[in-house]
Design a protein around this ligand. Structure first.
Ligand code: T3D
Length: 259
């Protein structure tokens, strides 16, 4: 049987592909465990400086495998064990995670995409907060990410009506970064991820830390945090290289190394 997650290594970056196309890459336990292992491995690997997440076949991800969940009495168990750690891992990961939404992203699959740092979507893709259709509530960070990305009115309508949003509308609303023609999605996402892998990785990691904390910090706390993170950034080899390259009017060669 083929692995439910395909992990491929490239020069300085890696791709993680959700690979259960016959059920639209919905999450069963095997896929959860393989995804958790892949992201843990890439998080710990300093030679991997950017990650691309995408789906195999015509969908990105249809959320929970409903056939597997049907007998479960306590859905909180799956969320505690799998969904929440995955979302937290991606948000806290010390390198950028690009998401290439190649088709429908529904339920937890939609919110998994929104947890990533830069989201590209194929023009034919769509996002569906499917939860209300089956009597559930949005999870995997949907009620956190959506109001911040698209505002309260749109979030309430999307989650209550459970209507799909086209990729184009998602871009127009600021829910995702960019729509790309279907044929161009994979090459463009790969090119972007490969480019990120040559950039100042520590700067990205520290920026992600600042953005993560801004969800709960006051302005005072955030300003202090920015100062502390800037101190750390200012001690990285990439800061020295960035400034030297600017002064010498040449292209910087970043290594992504820690101070
Ligand atoms: O533990 C917990 O349950 C708590 C955690 C919850 C997290 C969640 O994600 S809850 C939300 C779960 N997801 C959904 O409710 C979405 C269900 N899927 C759909 O609504 C539709 O499939 C789509 C709108 C995503 C796509 O529609 P369409 O018409 O393009 O495809 P389809 O024909 O519905 O699906 C194609 C196949 O994939 C089909 O199988 P078949 O008939 O060819 O053998 C379908 O059953 C299967 N499939 C699609 N989604 C799921 C699925 N199988 C299992 N689980 C799915 N989520």
């Amino acid at each position: 049987m083929e692995s439910p997650i395909l992990l491929a290594r490239h020069d300085g970056w890696a791709s993680v592909t959700l690979n259960r196309p016959s059920s639209l890459n919905s999450f069963n336990v095997a896929m959860h465990e393989a995804a958790a292992a892949a992201f843990a491995e890439l998080d710990a690997d300093e030679s991997c400086r950017a990650v691309l997440l995408t789906g195999a076949g015509r969908a990105f991800c249809a959320g929970q495998d409903l056939a597997e969940a049907i007998g479960m009495d306590d859905l909180g168990v799956l969320i505690d064990k799998y969904y929440n750690p995955l979302i937290k891992r991606i948000r806290a990961m010390n390198k950028p995670v690009v998401c290439a939404v190649n088709g429908v992203a529904a339920g937890a699959g939609a919110n998994l995409a929104l947890a990533c740092d830069i989201v590209l979507a194929a023009r034919s893709a769509s996002f569906l907060q499917a939860f209300a259709r089956i009597g559930l509530v949005p999870d995997s960070g949907g009620t956190f990410f959506l109001p911040r990305l698209i505002g309260d009115a749109r979030t309430r309508a999307l989650t209550i009506l459970a209507e799909p949003v086209t990729a184009e509308r998602a871009e127009e609303w600021g829910m995702i970064w960019k729509v790309v023609d279907d044929d161009a999605l994979a090459p463009e996402a790969e090119k972007l991820t490969a480019k990120l892998a040559t950039q100042p990785t520590q700067s990205f990691a520290l920026t992600k830390q600042a953005l993560l904390a801004s969800g709960t910090n006051t302005l005072d706390q955030q300003l202090d945090l920015e100062r502390d993170l800037q101190r750390t950034a200012g001690r990285t080899p990439d800061y020295k290289e960035g400034v030297s390259a600017f002064i010498e009017k040449r292209k910087p060669k970043f290594t992504g190394k820690q101070p």
